[in-house]
Design a protein around this ligand. Structure first.
Ligand code: HEM
Length: 314
């Protein structure tokens, strides 16, 4: 596997320090997606998935899933009204002890195209010890030097805040390589789309809501019946970058619905099966491989570093 250049400042430690600097240090909590909750369900693969990948996830057999829904960032007290990403992290438990892990967000692109830009962005948003806010001049200078981040910022500015964890799309953002039983490979990106459609709130609608509504809303919804998302693969077309997660592929690329995710149970309070999990996006089943996207590659060790701190109470 390609590794980050040995002299890159974006080490796992520096990246996790960057999260702590930008969001404060909250011992025992996740450094990203700090506010969230556990849920469970299953995945049912479709024939179109089998046609694209030999991964057993697509066999059509019921695949147990542990899920974690979250609000982006390392602040466990962030408002559910924040104009940023909602997260859907999943663990598929496949036959034979294989696992497939992923952590998806409610935008089709990431804010940074490299781990180095990610680190610089976190450092630019470091909270001032006195004001407890980032220095606006540093943030402005960073944004001017990294125009690539504008696409994601615009996305959240232009799309409303989800009314429910169950009413927004979640993208995998990175390209992955899918190989079928004959060894034919295609690159694709995935998205989970709620079968009931999206529900995005404008500022007026948001005003009526408290800062914490997403967890209870999901509990009520799933108590009334399973929440379903379709998993769709968007296949790479000519010229689509396989390594830059800040640039989404054009709409209208060939796509295939490869399965259905059903969330059937939500944890009634804190805790649950997702708590101890580390949603390392490089844990992939046979039939799906990572692309050379350096951001994807950098996530794995950063998640391990964050988990080591969190699970030892730091
Ligand atoms: C270099 C880029 C990135 C770094 C360094 C990074 C780092 C992290 C860290 C340290 C955590 C906390 C893990 C834990 O405490 O267990 C986290 C959580 C998360 N990240 Fe990232 N991340 C990056 C990019 C992304 C991208 C591109 C996505 C979406 C495709 C994403 C989605 C998430 C989600 C959804 C969570 C919450 C997962 C959970 O519920 O456990 N991250 N990230």
């Amino acid at each position: 596997q390609p590794q980050a250049p040995a002299d890159s400042p974006a080490t796992p430690q520096a990246l996790v320090d960057g999260f702590e600097g930008a969001f404060g240090k909250h011992p025992g909590q996740r450094r990203g997606g700090a506010k969230g909750l556990c849920a469970e369900g299953h995945f049912l693969g479709a024939a179109a998935g089998q046609a694209l990948s030999s991964a057993t996830a697509f066999s059509g057999k019921r695949i147990p899933v542990v899920a974690r829904f979250s609000v982006s960032g390392g602040n466990p007290k962030v408002s559910d009204k924040a104009r940023n990403a909602r997260g859907l992290a999943l663990q598929f438990s496949l036959p034979g002890g294989e696992r497939w892990l992923m952590a998806n967000i409610s935008a089709p692109m990431h804010s940074a195209s490299t781990p180095e830009a990610m680190l610089a962005g976190l450092e630019a948003r470091r909270l001032d010890p006195v004001t407890k806010k980032p220095d606006p001049a540093r943030v402005k200078a960073f944004n001017e030097a990294h125009p690539e981040g504008k696409a994601q910022a615009d996305w959240f500015a232009q799309h409303g805040v989800p009314a429910s964890y169950a009413a927004v799309n979640y993208w995998g953002v990175h390209a992955f390589r899918f190989t079928d039983a004959q060894g034919r490979a295609r690159y694709a990106k995935w998205v989970f789309e709620p079968a009931a459609g999206q529900e995005l709130l404008d500022d007026e609608q948001l005003k009526a809501l408290p800062d914490d509504f997403l967890a209870e809303e999901l509990r009520r919804r799933v108590a009334a019946g399973p929440v379903e998302y379709r998993m769709r693969l968007q296949l790479a077309g000519p010229g689509d970058s396989l390594v830059n997660p800040a640039v989404p592929w054009p709409q209208g690329r060939e796509s295939a619905t490869v399965g259905r995710l059903l969330i059937t149970r939500v944890e009634p309070g804190p805790g649950g099966a997702c708590e101890g999990l580390v949603f390392d996006p490089l844990v992939l089943p046979r039939g799906i491989e990572a692309s050379d996207d350096p951001v994807l590659r950098a996530r794995s060790a950063a998640y391990a570093e964050a988990a080591a701190r969190r699970l030892s109470g730091r």
